[in-house]
Design a protein. Structure first.
Length: 286
């Protein structure tokens, strides 16, 4: 059975006129009549009395109309709700604390944009950026540097985090009271391979150094540092660095090396004004 034929039959049953039903269905009366005949052949009995003057439902036609009209109404309603529902793809960096930051941000967006459905994606730092720039996400919560460039995106910083230097506990820098940028230039530093992290001026200098060790992911950075391959400059969300048996020291001159927890979205998104409104409210309350 082709469900489309049921839809055609119900249109004829509503109008009791092939021309009007065909117009509503955007087909010819001849094509409609053929479809009804094929439906009648399937069910095994006539559904309509046809005369030159009018069209009437048979007893079997009345029964079919009664059974299928509620179903087609529910189907049409479900379709209307489906196409009118806006799905927002929200990606966030899994390194950001869930309870303290991520959950609160998601709650603000879902409460203030209640007519949309949110699909959530917990991703690696570099994957968050890729999803946004490739159009696979509408909204992102991630960590970025002041001056970092995201093409055609708005960036709203909601929380500023100081930069720390992570190193093994036996690293010579671990014994210093404070660490400077000059110290970083004299040691190996582990950075993500992706160019975006070098947009801040300090990282631009470091990326040209012979002492750079490149990592593919944020987790790779932690592994390389724990192996003594170099130090890394990162924000500290919690004490998880201790699980890697690492020491953490603040930078003493870190003006251009701080990190921002930011909400990022495409400028041309149809919901960009709403995203901005919610992001600003979160920014003020953080």
């Amino acid at each position: 059975m082709e469900f489309k034929r049921i839809e055609y039959f119900l249109a004829v049953a509503k109008h009791l006129n092939f021309a009007k039903a065909a117009k509503e269905l955007y087909i010819t009366p001849q094509a409609l009549s053929k479809q009804i005949k094929e439906l009648e052949a399937e069910v095994g009995y006539p559904l309509l009395y046809r005369t030159t003057a009018k069209v009437k439902l048979t007893e079997g036609g009345e029964s079919m109309k009664k059974r299928f009209t509620p179903l087609i109404d529910k189907l049409n309603k479900a379709w209307d709700e489906t196409v009118s529902e806006k799905i927002i793809r929200f990606t966030y960096f899994g390194g950001i604390p869930q309870a303290q930051v991520v959950s609160k941000v998601i709650q603000e967006f879902t409460e203030r944009i209640s007519d949309c459905k949110f699909e959530l994606y917990c991703s690696e730092l570099e994957q968050v950026r890729k999803m946004m720039l490739d159009g696979e996400a509408d909204l992102a919560l991630t960590v970025c540097h002041p001056g970092e460039i995201w093409e055609d995106c708005n960036i709203v910083s909601i929380l500023k985090l100081p930069a720390y230097v992570l190193m093994t506990k036996d690293n010579v820098l671990a014994g210093k009271k404070s660490i400077t940028k000059a110290d970083l230039k004299r040691t190996n530093i582990v950075l993500l391979k992706q160019d975006f992290i070098f947009n801040a001026s300090m990282y631009g200098e470091l990326s040209k150094s012979e002492n750079v060790v490149y990592a593919n992911t944020a987790r790779d950075i932690m592994q390389l540092v724990s192996m003594g391959e170099g130090v890394a400059v990162m924000p500290l969300f919690d004490d998880s660095f201790e699980d890697w048996n690492l020491a953490a020291k603040k930078l003493s001159d870190k003006a251009d090396m701080d990190f921002n927890v930011s909400i990022i979205y495409k400028k041309n998104n149809v919901l960009s004004k709403q995203f901005m409104s919610v992001a600003k409210k979160i920014e003020l309350s953080t």
